[in-house]
Design a protein around this ligand. Structure first.
Ligand SMILES: NC(=O)c1ccc[n+]([C@@H]2O[C@H](COP(=O)([O-])OP(=O)(O)OC[C@H]3O[C@@H](n4cnc5c(N)ncnc54)[C@H](OP(=O)(O)O)[C@@H]3O)[C@@H](O)[C@H]2O)c1
Length: 246
């Protein structure tokens, strides 16, 4: 009997990460769900999908020791690492500090790379393993008031291509979503001008969903000759606006 492929999804308990976990289970993976604060949500996922969830592991990815422990619990084989967890810190450049930038880079850039390094032996034990990094359209066209975030995602996109070259035959790809879930901080509430402005820039006339990102992850996980690629999931906004984005 063939073994189910194993995936680790960081930030897998809520929102986009949860969508990725559910889609991977649907396509035959057993998934390690990493979480930080959302432990109750992660445990609920495990209860709802006892066969699909390989385990729940909690770690603050800002903490290098916690990252190392996370890699050590997943066991000797890993078919897919999805670096999804990230912050979304806002603020005008002049109001933010060097420490703010360092914290964003630590979580959104250093942590994913550190996880790739520590999971590498397990990834190399799986014949067709790959890594998918979740970046952001802001990686290419910085969002206003989100410079640190955009820089971190831009660097992660560059790292995706670099790692694809350096770690082959391991495949390393990225997904760059446009808006796929309204900001959790309550910005752009329903009926607001901010929401209408954003929607007007998306040719499909609606934001995407966590499931849209999940579909792209599942595709890249099994696209056996695709590596170093970033798949944009933005309802056509980048194409329509010639580089500007929603
Ligand atoms: N939402 C969008 O429209 C959108 C658009 C473009 C790109 N993206 C990207 O898609 C990914 C998911 O987005 P989202 O909107 O679902 O994010 P979110 O709602 O802000 O959730 C962030 C996730 O990261 C985890 N996380 C945050 N800080 C952490 C820390 N210090 N240590 C460990 N985990 C930590 C959280 O875990 P806990 O909840 O367990 O604490 C949570 O699962 C991110 O990479 C984001 O940049 C999202």
């Amino acid at each position: 009997m063939s073994q189910s492929p194993l995936a680790l999804v960081t930030g897998g308990a809520v929102r986009v990460g949860r969508g990725i976990v559910l889609a991977l289970i649907e396509s035959g993976y057993r998934v390690w769900v990493h979480c930080h604060h959302s432990q109750a949500e992660a445990k609920a996922l495990a209860t709802e999908h006892p066969d699909g969830i390989a385990g729940v592991c909690s770690a603050d990815l800002l903490d290098a020791n916690a990252r190392a422990r996370l890699a050590s619990v997943i066991g000797p084989r890993l078919d897919l690492l999805v670096n999804n967890a990230a912050s979304f810190e806002r603020g005008a450049f002049v109001d933010r500090s060097d420490d703010d930038l360092r914290r964003v880079l630590e979580l959104n850039l250093v942590a994913p790379l550190s996880l790739v390094r520590s999971c590498l032996p397990a990834l190399r034990n799986a014949p067709a393993a790959s890594v998918v990094n979740i970046v952001d359209l802001g990686a290419r066209n910085p969002w206003a008031g989100l410079l640190d975030h955009s820089i971190s995602k831009s660097a992660l996109e560059t790292a995706t291509a670099g790692l694809a070259a350096e770690l082959a035959p391991l495949r390393v790809n990225a997904v760059a979503p446009g808006t796929v879930a309204w900001p959790a901080d309550g910005r752009a509430p329903e009926g607001s001008e901010a929401r209408a402005r954003l929607l007007a820039r998306i040719p499909r006339g609606q934001i995407g969903s966590p499931e849209d990102v999940a579909q792209a992850v599942c595709f890249l996980a099994r696209a056996s000759h695709v590596s170093g690629h970033t798949l944009v999931v933005d309802g056509g906004s980048t194409a329509a606006l010639g580089g500007a984005h929603a």
